[in-house]
Ligand binder design. Structure first.
Ligand SMILES: Nc1nc2c(c(=O)[nH]1)N[C@H]1C(S)=C(S)[C@@H](COP(=O)(O)O)O[C@H]1N2
Ligand SMILES: [Mo]
Length: 355
């Protein structure tokens, strides 16, 4: 009798990094579906969860606009909507793999999930308020707050006006056909496809249009690439997802029976689409093309696979690199930066083959 016969259901859970604030990653080998179930969607928070808002829920648009407006939940949710399938990847994903090591949450590969997001295009909301000429950035204020570097601050981020007007940037109220869960931003969150997760502000309360550039701590201190260990020169902001991939099967350090095995995984990028995925089983000397499954779509990962015959009594290093339509590919060596963002080095696992 196996455990199913006794009604004992075994299921995957998130992998905890910290609980206050809650930071948990997705076990990547269980990302089998195009849409990550809500229960397996990674969670990344800077502060404890905001108090569950007391009804009614409002969203305010103010600042450099002709008509500042306050929208009620029911007004927003009856606006012309759009549903987008998009992945979110934390810019700290794979931070644990940096050499030399960097400080911060030691995410492995699972600060990554893909969902269905329903919402109203931000550009539509901004067309109702009308943005003043001279407007440069849109600032998004989340309802969560706490102390950072001695200051009490909210989680706040901005987008340049041009990106904010991109038709795929939405103020979402549904995740996988249900109202957003309290942990993922209820009642509203911004979804910025193609940008690392920090841009997709949860518990969105206020949208503020400004004529200058925003300099909050999550804009100009965190989420900045600092290429040098002890000086800030050459820094630049974290924006679009870099081309990246993961190997889901086999697992790193798995022991395999000799013979044919399917090597599978995901690949994605921020701008453009994935054009090819290559694999090497001889430590990067020769590369073969993997097959891409679902048609590659913008803002979504593509599944890839390739089969390989592993010889007995042998250790093998499997490497994978993805290429996108903008000409980017995964580098042999990650671009090291002090805060550990955007790790997208060629993916690698080691397997051992039984006798
Ligand atoms: N208000 C608010 N929004 C936020 C954050 C946050 O801490 N507070 N974290 C950001 C970061 S860094 C990421 S990667 C994503 C994670 O979204 P998720 O927890 O829904 O997976 O939310 C972003 N939006
Ligand atoms: Mo993030």
């Amino acid at each position: 009798m196996n455990h199913h016969d006794r009604g004992l259901k075994t299921k995957a859970h998130l992998i905890a990094k910290s609980l206050l604030p809650e930071n948990q990653e997705t076990p990547i080998h269980f990302l089998e579906e195009k849409i990550t179930p809500r229960s397996l969607t990674f969670r990344r928070n800077h502060f404890p969860y905001p108090k569950f808002p007391i009804q009614p829920f409002f969203l305010t648009i103010t600042g450099s606009v002709k008509n500042p407006l306050i929208f009620h939940y029911s007004q927003i949710t009856s606006m012309p909507s759009q549903t987008i399938t998009a992945l979110l990847e934390c810019s700290g994903n794979k931070r644990a793999h940096f050499e030399p090591k960097v400080f911060g949450d030691q995410w492995k590969e699972g600060a990554l999930s893909q969902g269905n997001w329903k919402g109203v295009p931000l550009s539509y909301l901004l067309s109702l308020t009308e943005v003043n000429t001279g407007a440069r950035e849109i600032v998004f204020l989340g309802d969560d707050s706490g102390v950072k570097d001695g200051q009490h601050v909210h989680f706040q981020r901005s987008l340049p006006l041009e990106k904010a007007l991109d038709q795929h940037v939405i103020v979402a109220w549904e995740h996988n056909q249900k109202p957003l869960s309290p942990k993922h931003g209820f009642p509203f969150r911004l979804i910025v496809p193609g940008w690392y997760g920090m841009a997709s502000v949860k518990w969105l309360k206020t949208i503020h249009v400004i004529n200058h550039s925003f300099s909050g701590p999550f804009q100009t201190d965190d989420y900045v690439y600092y290429p040098h260990k002890s000086e800030d020169k050459d820094s630049f902001p974290v924006t679009t997802n870099r081309v990246n991939s993961i190997i889901q099967h086999p697992l790193d350090r798995q022991i395999l029976k000799p013979g044919k095995h399917e090597i599978t995984g995901l690949a994605w990028t921020g701008e453009g689409v994935i054009t090819s995925v290559e694999i090497s089983v001889d430590n990067g000397v020769t590369w073969k093309a993997a097959s891409l499954h679902n048609p590659t779509q913008k803002y979504q990962w593509v599944k890839w696979s390739i089969s390989h015959v592993f010889e007995k009594n042998h250790e093998s290093t499997v490497k994978v690199r993805a290429f996108d339509s903008t000409g980017q590919s995964q580098p042999d060596q990650a671009f090291w930066n002090r805060k550990g963002y955007g790790h997208n080095q060629v993916s690698q696992i080691k397997v051992q083959i039984e006798n």
